[in-house]
Design a protein around this ligand. Structure first.
Ligand code: GDP
Ligand code: MG
Length: 163
């Protein structure tokens, strides 16, 4: 059994950067993932001895601007249904926006295990970085930096411990 960890969030919050960090040398895609959709990237990650599958839900084909909301909703619902843990990324530097609220609304309706990751928080005070994201109603936010690695192992260990 390998737990499946999905990365969701609006475009540009750092899903692919986190995916690449988590899968690094194992970036080879998990081929022939029966029944799963094509417009998502699957990879394998590992913390300590524990392997897990990572799903980057970002659309890989350009979506018309008007279609972004629908596409995010579709990707988020798929992620909820196919994963053990959902990591919802937001952007510490950009702050909360309407798309974040929309995704949060979908995630709050489910029983999925959701972890809120406030990305791009390198060099920021944790409390300051995460403060405004409490309003998403998804519990205590984790400050991370996908680009630099801060907080990433902690987050994944906590998330996997919850499976
Ligand atoms: P995605 O659309 O959610 O997959 O986001 P990407 O992973 O493509 O990242 C979007 C932009 O944010 C890129 O320019 C990244 O280099 C940048 N980015 C991602 N993670 C971080 C981070 O931890 N810190 C900073 N400062 N920039 C980041
Ligand atoms: Mg991406």
């Amino acid at each position: 059994f390998k737990p499946v960890v999905s990365l969701v969030g609006r475009p540009n919050v750092g899903k692919s950067t986190l995916f690449n960090r988590l899968t690094r040398s194992r970036a080879a895609l998990v081929a022939d993932f029966a029944g799963l959709t094509r417009d998502r990237h699957y990879g394998e990650g590992r913390v300590g001895d524990i392997p897990f599958l990572v799903v980057d839900t970002g659309g890989f084909e350009p979506v018309a601007k008007s279609g972004i909301l629908m596409e995010m909703a579709r990707q988020t619902s798929l992620a909820i249904s196919e994963s053990d843990v959902v990591i919802f990324l937001v952007d510490a530097r950009a702050g909360v926006n309407a798309h974040d609220h929309e995704i949060a609304r979908l995630l709050r309706k489910t029983r999925a295990h959701v972890f809120l990751a406030v990305n791009k928080a390198e060099g920021m005070n944790r409390g300051v970085a995460t403060a405004e994201f409490h309003e998403l109603g998804l519990g205590e936010p984790y400050a991370i930096s996908s680009a630099h690695g801060d907080g990433v192992v902690d987050l994944i260990e906590t998330a996997l411990a919850d499976v």
